[in-house]
Design a protein around this ligand. Structure first.
Ligand SMILES: Cc1ncc(C[n+]2csc(CCOP(=O)(O)OP(=O)(O)O)c2C)c(N)n1
Ligand code: SF4
Ligand SMILES: [Mg+2]
Length: 351
């Protein structure tokens, strides 16, 4: 057996959501990660976000690559579709699945090794194509599964457990996502669920590619003094730019905020992102300003968290390509393969 199923205990008092499901209906198998691993906190935040949004579990597809982080889809959304792909290849599998069926909600979970090292090309093209998905990188700065080598997101000068300093420049995945055209870009911290759960909810409501870089300390290999991805370092250097509330279109919308301290962003589906601003001059809809903000804080050793950029009117890959709306698995043979006469006509129109 490669996983431990959770015992099905009866809890009659558990709160239910609009679909009548409890929190337990969004959980998965028992985690086999190290006790205290940040990745488990992110799994818990995903469970909470999907439960609170009342998402039908069978309409969600969770996909991952290889790594401790990529194992985590086994530990959440046990009633959803799942695909554990090859190291660094989750983005292309999601892209294909999304092209075949746009009706599912796609959640890609990856690691910093998976996405910033071996899979960086796949990550880049997924961002620039605008695949409609939530893309979470559980970022611990190491290859946890293969025993703690520096990954491409480890900061230059950060020390490993033996005191050896990393000599390479880090890749900031937030900076890349902004530059590559991602339409929702956020950073969270596994140790701050009050910030992370709303970020995941907002990302799930977003049309287009929603990227969350989530700092997730590896307690086994990268949680010591000198590591810039340790719990202590992130807590001390966390610069939250805003805090988010998500109000879905179904709820009554009220304006109970003090002017100047809250920014409201309405997304395409009517959901409202209510941003409590901590930095007075921060505008989350200005991509260039977000890049500048990120760089200037990073130069001071600060890790900016929160919703850094959102384009509320974003489109996605289907909109850019003008694809058919119907999922392939709902088409009959004639629709999927309309014959050589139709192909000839199509080719002629392109000559
Ligand atoms: C093609 C290929 N190369 C290398 C490996 C070995 N490998 C497995 S997981 C991993 C790194 C995982 O790091 P990360 O994505 O950061 O996940 P973490 O374990 O830190 O959560 C590597 C190099 C592999 N499985 N496949
Ligand atoms: S090795 Fe690190 S990343 Fe992997 S489960 Fe343990 S703490 Fe988590
Ligand atoms: Mg890692």
């Amino acid at each position: 057996m490669t996983y431990l199923p959770k015992p099905r205990l009866h809890h009659p008092e558990l709160p239910t959501n609009e679909l009548g499901f409890t929190h337990r209906d969004y959980e998965g198998a028992v985690s086999t990660l190290c006790a205290g691993c940040g990745h488990d906190s992110i799994s818990a935040a995903i469970v909470r976000a999907c439960f609170e949004l009342s998402l039908p579990p069978h309409r969600i597809a969770k996909l991952s690559g290889i790594g401790c982080s990529s194992k985590t889809p086994t530990y959440f959304l046990g009633n959803s579709h799942g695909f554990n792909s090859v190291h660094g290849r989750m983005p292309s599998v999601v892209t294909g699945a999304n092209l075949a069926n746009r009706d599912l909600i796609y959640l890609g979970v990856s690691g910093d090794g998976d996405s910033a090292s071996i899979g960086i090309g796949q990550f880049a093209h997924c961002m620039r194509r605008g695949v409609n998905m939530v893309y979470i990188v559980e970022n611990n700065g190491v290859y946890g599964l293969t025993k703690g080598q520096f990954s491409a997101t480890a900061d230059k000068g950060a020390k490993n457990r033996r005191g050896v300093a990393n000599s390479d420049e880090p890749i900031d995945m937030i900076g890349m996502a902004l530059q590559l055209g991602a339409t929702f870009v956020a950073r969270g911290f596994s140790g701050d669920k009050h910030q992370l759960v709303p970020l995941i909810k907002a990302a799930l409501m977003h049309r287009g590619v929603a990227f969350i870089d989530c700092i997730s300390p590896c307690v086994a290999f990268n949680n010591h003094e000198g590591s810039t991805k340790s719990f202590d370092y992130v807590r001390e250097h966390n610069e939250a730019v805003n805090f988010l509330d998500v109000i879905t279109g179904r709820d009554e919308i009220t304006a109970d905020y003090a002017p100047g301290t809250v920014e409201i962003v309405r997304q395409h589906d009517g959901s409202l992102l209510k941003l409590r601003k901590l930095a007075d001059d921060y505008d989350p809809t200005d991509r260039v300003a977000a890049m500048h903000f990120l760089q200037s804080h990073s130069a001071r050793g600060e890790i900016v968290t929160g919703l850094l950029y959102v384009d509320p009117d974003a489109d996605d890959m289907h909109g850019y390509l003008g694809t058919v709306e119907k999922p392939f698995n709902e088409m009959n043979e004639n629709e999927l393969c309309p014959g050589s006469a139709v192909l000839e006509k199509l080719n002629a129109s392109l000559r």
